[in-house]
Design a binder for this molecule. Sequence first.
Ligand code: BTN
Length: 274
Amino acid sequence: MSPPPGPIPSLETIRALLATRVIGATLHVHDEVDSTNRLAVDLAQAGTPDGTVVVAESQTAGRGRQGRQWFSPSGGNLYLSVILTGTNSPGIMTWIPLLASVAVVRAIQEVTGLSTRVKWPNDVLAYRDGHGRKVAGILAEATGGDPNDIRAIVVGIGINANMPLESFPEDLSPIATSLLIETEHPVDRIRLLATLLLEFEHLYAHLRTHGTAGIRESYLPLSDTLGKQVRIELVGGGQTEGTAEAIALDGALCLRAGDGTVVEIRAGDVVHLR
Ligand code: BTN
């Protein structure tokens, strides 16, 4: 039986529940921050160890993809950032956000029994009445400035856990959801956090030892985008349409356009058309 939603427990309580060795070995827990990603980038630049995790109960300026805000009230969601310094090969780095989405799907499944799917690259969707609604988002940010000299990658994860429908702003309520709404049960956030970090650690260790192939294999069956007709809203404006045909070896989405040509998309917002 899950405990009811409540404030984020203390650092010691969370640490006692973690079964990881690397991810979360250095742990920062805050009541309120502007953004766990912002804090994590600062920590990374100051040389924090690989696997450092920052968790917050609420964020006043939660960062979302494409410069958007991530709605981050207190009272029951998960906001965290994982700092990775143990790999700086660009070919591996592109897989980290996708790896994070696999860890999120697995943790949600294990803790709540809910099956979720991933809209490329890493939006975690829960399906109800034929509609996929976003239950978790991931924002990876590299530090170092130079794409060929990435010092660390910060993986920010936001999971809507115990947020009731009436707490969502009007613009989000048709497209977003929470674990509470989907399962009709409050989720034990700290068990979810501990499970997520353990899944993350296993996948990260696998990635570092065996390369990207295994992560790709884990990601493909969870993809909600492959095989669908999609519109991509490109970063910086413009859009393109086609059939999402494959995930390339570097994690790019391969789109077959109406004229038969295939384009590889590395950044953009996917809209599933059918
Ligand atoms: C998205 O737009 O889908 C990505 C959302 C990522 C939100 C998380 S919450 C924890 C971490 N800190 C941030 O400021 N953003 C990420």
